[in-house]
Write a protein that binds this ligand. Structure first.
Ligand code: MTE
Ligand code: HPA
Ligand code: MOS
Length: 781
């Protein structure tokens, strides 16, 4: 018996499965879910101080308020007062000490929002104020290291620096970033019978949400079910920190025996959740006259906030991306994470990669300005080679290196050289408007660097009418995972897409999953679904062999070849012997064939030694490049993105529309981090910009006037499902092209004689100060 896969061309132009529902408003989010009249409103009372000892908490008056059903403190937690995902250093409710503004202390369940807030005002908490640490430099001074420093190295950077023809050294500060998912942290907890707790949580990581709810309630995991249909955006902000809202909601539901919902107010969400980690990066580089780097040292210092959360994994990824796309023979990267009194910082698209790569791109740009050669050429001489100079500073070979083909194609399609000349001509003629141009690459490792997390599960059910329900462990947050999974399932089974429905993610269907993160959602879950379908197809083919052979006079001398394509199951030797898929499923049921299968996948051939910082952490690399041109008004600091050309490698795209959307969205989100999104805290640790009126995420006006996004063609990836590649995070870092184009425009103010001071984000203020600095230097000389 031989099963043939269908030959039908794979359809890659399918719209996102929720697109029309989003537009019509039919998409259901946690806040839209209908519950009975028992539903209570949950509220969190949090610390107004960045660091303080709690002397006393008096909730008696709040408890007496009619319509208030629960007022809980740490003492009322039936299980463990703990919600740290990796290290248990995050109490669910503060007991003796608060470590940041936003640290939860008291939970309230009431009939409505107003009553809950009224009750909160009646709670009296006395504090002894302590000195907070609010920035990295102070943290370094006070030595608030979260864990021992980490190191990765190859060659001897110090020795090579000592003999380098030229050297530069300096520091780069990169800013925080607020996730600004449209749906704030939300959870609905519905108690079942006995100890059962049903959780509907806007979470990227249902299995961990389940674990933490079980932990705080003191019940086993098999009593907790977590379900999520879709998130209204997450971007890493719901990888661990959705657990908090879920734990609080579950505690209130458990205490009251009623359904409770919490949906954080936008301002509260911004104040109390973690951000992208701020980094202070120190560097020292040695290079020759062509710009080739021979020695490089980085010290990366991360502001972790008040708890560990994912900071050490994020630091690790920052260190693993300190090379970006370049072969540096002698390289040393030291990484340190420090505790500060801010909400614990967390995953954010790129997961440390952006910070690590910003350090490298700064070094390249500075070398180019030092040598007065085009930065694109300095990049090119340092790219990883194809056959040699292709081992990273942590020992992984850069296989299927697409850097050179991307560089060549994008140079041509963006007319980079010609536009460089035009930009120079424009700048020579204009005093107050300056243009800048930059060409930057991205190389991003795909896999969780914590190797065991690279696993996924699925449960595929076929029903008697021939329709299919696919369950998998990934979560939909807008990135199009469920659409891609449905496409994969349809193609692997040989049936039409409209037979497939992808279920809401549910821990009782697929257990013990990893977060949907590290851009690997489709890679991992797609393979797990394929694994389940392979099993089902085998059973179906066997059934049909039996069936067709009954009417075959030559049986059993003939091999039967079966193909499932376009919903028809056909005996290839006798094509008129065929059966519709739906009919065959009815038959399968009559013949007692199971039509439900689980699937599993674990990424093969990866693994590395974290202690030594050496090995193969990644399944493969994702590559992309961008050329951006900006116009800077040197009197106001205003920037206009004139044009961005992107060429990005997603292997054989599973869904072109979704992939281009991810590339565009990632770039624009990166642009926000690089230019307008500046987070400010006051001297007491209060977040100053906690709503869209003061926190500037990109708007339509920030999209490049001329935005040309292309996917690299004919570049199949042998290492992932259907020869595709992950897309999600890498494009964010293409925004360095715009960031460094701004620096180029500033540099033009002093005719490229003086190097601009620069940091990230390059806000209007940073731009103006940098220009002012250049003008001062000009006046002096
Ligand atoms: N796209 C949308 N629309 N919304 C999101 O929240 N999150 C990003 C990215 N793209 C996100 C998104 C992040 S941080 C990751 S890791 C991936 O999607 C996760 O999904 P994937 O692995 O299925 O690509
Ligand atoms: N990326 C995203 N999330 C993660 C990772 C990672 O490498 N490791 C643990 N959580
Ligand atoms: Mo994405 S930061 O890995 O959730």
């Amino acid at each position: 018996m031989i099963a043939h896969l269908g030959t039908k061309p794979f359809m890659t132009n399918i719209p996102h499965d929720s697109a029309s529902k989003h537009v019509s408003g039919e998409s259901v989010y946690i806040d839209d879910m209908l519950v009975n009249e028992q539903l209570l409103h949950g509220h969190i009372l949090y610390s107004p101080h960045a660091h303080a000892r709690i002397k006393s908490i008096d909730t008696s008056a709040a408890k007496k308020l009619p319509g208030v059903y629960a007022v809980l403190t740490a003492k009322d937690i039936p299980g463990h007062n703990q919600m740290g995902p990796v290290i248990h250093d995050e109490p669910c409710l503060a007991e003796k000490e608060v470590l940041c503004v936003g640290h939860a202390i008291v939970l309230i369940a009431a009939e409505n929002e107003e009553l809950a807030r009224a009750a909160a005002r009646l709670v009296v908490i006395e504090y002894d104020l302590l000195e907070p640490v609010l920035d990295i430099r102070t943290a370094i001074e006070k030595g608030t290291l979260l864990a021992p420093p980490r190191a990765m190295q190859r060659g001897d950077a110090d020795a090579a620096l000592a003999t380098s023809p030229h050297t530069i050294k300096g520091e780069l500060e990169t800013g925080a970033q607020e996730h600004w998912y449209l749906e704030t942290q939300s959870c609905l907890a519905v108690p079942g019978e006995g100890r059962e707790m049903n959780i509907y949580s806007s979470t990227q990581h249902p299995s961990e949400t389940q674990a933490i709810v079980a932990e705080v309630l003191g019940i086993p995991k098999n009593e907790v079910v977590v379900e999520i249909r879709r998130m209204g955006g997450a971007f890493g902000g719901k990888e661990t920190q959705a657990n908090h809202t879920a734990a609080w909601t579950a505690l209130l539901a458990n205490a009251t025996g009623r359904p409770v919902r919490i949906r954080l107010f936008r301002d509260d969400d911004q104040k109390i959740t973690g951000k992208r980690h701020r980094y202070l990066i120190k560097y020292e580089a040695g290079f020759d006259a062509s710009g080739k780097i021979v020695a490089l040292k980085f010290e990366q210092n991360a502001d972790a906030g008040c708890a560990t959360d994912l900071s050490m994994a994020i630091l690790e990824r920052a260190m693993l991306h300190a090379d970006n796309s370049y072969f540096i023979p002698n390289m040393q990267v030291i990484g340190k994470a420090y505790r500060t009194n801010l909400p614990s910082n967390t995953a954010f698209r790129g997961f440390g990669g952006p910070q690590g790569m910003a350090g490298m791109e700064t070094v390249i740009d500075r070398i180019a300005r030092f040598l007065k050669i085009d930065a694109a050429l300095v990049r090119k001489v340092n790219f990883y080679g194809i056959d040699k100079d292709n081992i990273t500073h942590y020992g992984q070979e850069v296989e299927l290196n697409r850097l050179h083909v991307l560089y060549d194609q994008l140079s041509a399609s963006s007319e980079y050289s010609k536009r460089r000349t035009e930009v120079n001509a424009f700048n020579a003629k204009n005093e107050f408007y300056k243009k800048g141009l930059a060409f930057t690459p991205v190389k991003f490792g795909i896999s969780f660097t914590t190797t065991f997390l690279n696993q996924a599960g699925a449960l595929v059910n076929i029903y008697k009418d021939g329709t299919i329900l696919v369950n998998h462990g990934g979560t939909e947050m807008g990135q199009g995972l469920n659409t891609k999974i449905a496409q994969i399932a349809a193609a692997e089974l040989g049936v039409s897409l409209d037979r497939i429905k992808v279920n809401a993610t549910n821990t009782s269907k697929v257990p013990n999953t990893s977060a949907t993160a590290a851009s690997a959602g489709t890679d991992l879950n797609g393979m797990a679904v394929k694994n389940a379908i392979d099993k089902l197809r085998e059973r179906i083919v066997k059934l049909m062999c039996d069936e067709f052979s009954k009417i075959d006079p030559d049986f059993p001398s003939r091999e039967i070849d079966i193909v499932i394509e376009n919903d028809i199951i056909t005996d290839l030797s006798f094509p008129d012997r065929n059966m519709h898929f739906a009919e065959a499923m009815l038959l399968a049921n009559l013949k007692q064939v199971s039509l439900s299968a689980t699937g599993f996948y674990a990424t093969p051939n990866i693994g590395w030694d974290k202690q030594k910082g050496w090995g193969k952490p990644f399944n493969y690399y994702s590559f992309g490049m961008a050329v951006s041109e900006v116009l800077v008004d040197t009197l106001t600091g205003y920037v206009k993105n004139l044009r961005t050309d992107i060429l990005h490698d997603v292997g054989d795209s599973i869904n072109v529309g979704i992939d281009i959307g991810q590339v565009e969205g990632g770039f624009i989100q990166g642009l926000g981090w690089c230019t307008t999104e500046e987070i400010k805290w006051d001297a007491k640790g209060n977040l100053l910009n906690h709503s869209p009126d003061t926190y500037k995420i990109p708007s339509v006006q920030d999209i490049p006037e001329d935005f040309r996004v292309q996917l690299l063609q004919n570049a199949p990836n042998p290492n992932a499902i259907r020869k595709s590649k992950a897309v999600a995070e890498p494009p964010l870092m293409l925004a360095f092209s715009s960031w460094l184009a701004i620096k180029d425009a500033i540099s033009a103010v002093g005719n490229h004689e003086y190097e601009p001071h620069f940091s990230l984000p390059a806000t209007n203020e940073v731009i103006l100060l940098s220009i002012e600095d250049i003008r001062k230097k000009q006046n002096k000389s």
